[in-house]
Design a protein around this ligand. Structure first.
Ligand code: NAD
Length: 478
């Protein structure tokens, strides 16, 4: 798979190259072109031109049809997408087959569907006390595109997360410039080929590859020609992008990091809670923003839960590597830090050896920790690896206080069979998403995003359509 930029309907690979590394065995997969400021300028200019030309003139029905053709195009090249995502990320093939690629096609279908039946908001004003002016009026709100939207996506779910933003941005009639993560450029390139064949006008969708700070990402998010930025990635990167975007007061939608808690009450179905926590802590080796890194268990079932979770973690096989040597080293540095901070390593805590080519890759062991104080850095900072710390609690209020004592607030899980408790606890957890007796069960119409350092705004369904369009109120005196 050769990574290329896609600018104004033309594939190009100018700019210096950097190596793409296979995280499974450390071998080189190819070279990726690094977009210069000039390539980024060209992409923004092409996007602006598309808005002024054919793309800007297309109605909702035509845009929805284009989204469906993109979804069909992904489906038609399903195998190629799976292979490219597996090669870039090292994730298990089954994950790409059941999550990444179907969800990418689903993202385009969902927003094609959502374009229909979108309510216009209309009010008639009869000059009640709080109105100003006189007479009767009809107010209605129309929505128009924001313009050129920059999308910056991370490496952990490359295709799924970029299409999660591209689809609603195009649905609302914007032109898009995507900069995917430098670690995972391949499925974005395939997507550009699919878009090229789907009959979108040149410039409606553009792709530039490259790094973030001091490079393509920074050039794009600080560009005067960009009207909005949708970003998924680390909270610190979000802060850097905000600073960069501040000069142009560019609106942002941010999906950022997390340190997600799980609360396991003694009345829970313990096996279901263990099973759910194995999934929520170790899926994709913990490299999903929604993964659980803090588990709080009611004291009577604490020991049993820890033993069962550790036994399951130990058995895990084929869970996939860390994305890069750098990220592997970061996760291992937290395993060392945990020991220094006084943790008991119940299982894992190191890097596995396989005795084959995988020893050149970036693998770490699924790890269960206990015994740390809540002030420990291991308990407070996002690690983004297959690791969780499990701590006991005694009361519901204590559980809530522990869950909420975090700079982050993305997602949480609650395990209980007590219906009243579920309803009492869920709204009091300071996260944007609360799952009860499940994890990562998603309906694409629901609001998705985090509070505190985990994000700004919500995406999903109407929430995305709201961010990616501008409401304009029309008031007519009648
Ligand atoms: P990252 O912040 O390092 O990089 C994300 C993207 O930002 C990449 O494309 C990168 O090139 C670009 N970038 C980096 N610095 C930049 C800068 N100064 N200006 C512009 N662009 C810049 O994140 P990552 O390591 O790729 O992804 C992992 C992180 O993403 C974790 O923190 C995870 O929790 C978070 N995440 C959040 C969600 C969510 O929905 N909330 C989903 C997935 C991942």
């Amino acid at each position: 798979m050769k990574a290329e930029h896609y600018v104004g309907g033309v594939f190009r690979s100018d700019g210096p190259g950097f190596p793409l590394v296979n995280p499974v065995d450390g071998t080189e997969l190819g070279t990726v072109p690094e977009a210069t400021r000039e390539v980024v300028d060209d992409a923004v200019t092409a996007a602006r031109a598309a808005l002024k030309a054919e793309w800007g003139a297309r109605g909702a029905e035509e845009r929805a049809a284009a989204l469906r053709r993109i979804a069909d195009g992904i489906q038609a090249r399903f195998e190629e997408f799976v292979e490219a995502e597996v090669a870039d990320t090292g994730r298990p093939r089954a994950f790409a087959e059941t999550v990444d690629v179907p969800r990418a096609a689903g993202n385009f279908r969902a927003y094609a569907d959502l374009l229909y039946g979108r309510p216009e908001r209309a009010y008639t004003t009869r000059v009640p006390g709080w109105s100003s002016g006189t007479g009767e009026a009809l107010n209605y709100t129309v929505r128009r595109p924001l313009g050129v939207v920059a999308i910056i996506s991370p490496w952990n779910l490359p295709l799924l997360l970029s299409t999660w933003k591209i689809a609603p941005a195009l649905a609302c009639g914007n032109a898009v410039v995507l900069k995917p993560s430098e670690e995972t450029p391949s499925t974005a390139t395939l997507l550009a080929q699919v878009v090229d064949n789907a009959g979108l006008p040149d410039g409606a969708f553009n792709l530039v590859h490259g790094h973030g700070a001091g490079a393509a990402g920074e050039f794009l998010t600080g560009h005067a020609g960009v009207d909005a930025i949708a970003f998924t990635g680390e909270s610190a990167t979000g802060a850097a992008i905000m600073r960069n975007a501040a000069d142009h007061v560019t609106p942002v939608s941010f999906e950022l990091g997390g340190k997600n808690p799980a609360l396991v009450f003694a009345d829970a179905d313990l096996d279901a809670a263990v099973d759910g926590t194995v999934r929520s802590s170790f899926t994709h080796s913990g490299q999903i923003c929604l993964c659980t890194e803090r588990v709080y268990v009611e004291r009577p079932v604490f020991e049993e839960f820890v033993q069962k979770l550790a036994a399951r973690a130990k058995e895990l096989d084929g869970y996939g590597p860390m994305i890069s040597a750098e990220h592997r080293d970061k996760v291992l540095s937290y395993y060392r830090l945990a020991r220094e901070e006084g943790a008991t390593v119940v299982t894992g805590g190191g890097a596995p050896t396989f005795g084959d080519a995988r020893d050149g890759g970036f693998h770490v062991e699924p790890t269960v920790l206990t015994g740390l104080p809540e002030t420990a850095r291991t308990v407070r900072e996002e690690i983004f690896g297959p690791v969780c710390h499990v701590a006991p609690f005694d009361t519901e209020d204590e559980a809530l206080a522990l869950a909420n004592d975090s700079p982050y607030g993305l997602a949480s899980t609650v395990w209980t069979t007590d219906l009243s408790r579920a309803h009492r606890v869920a709204p009091r957890i300071e996260t944007g998403i609360v799952w009860v007796n499940c994890w990562n069960l998603r309906d694409l119409r629901t609001p998705f995003g985090g509070v505190k350092a985990s994000g700004i705004g919500r995406e999903g369904g109407e929430y995305s359509l709201d961010f990616f369009s501008e409401p304009v109120n029309v008031c007519i005196q009648i």
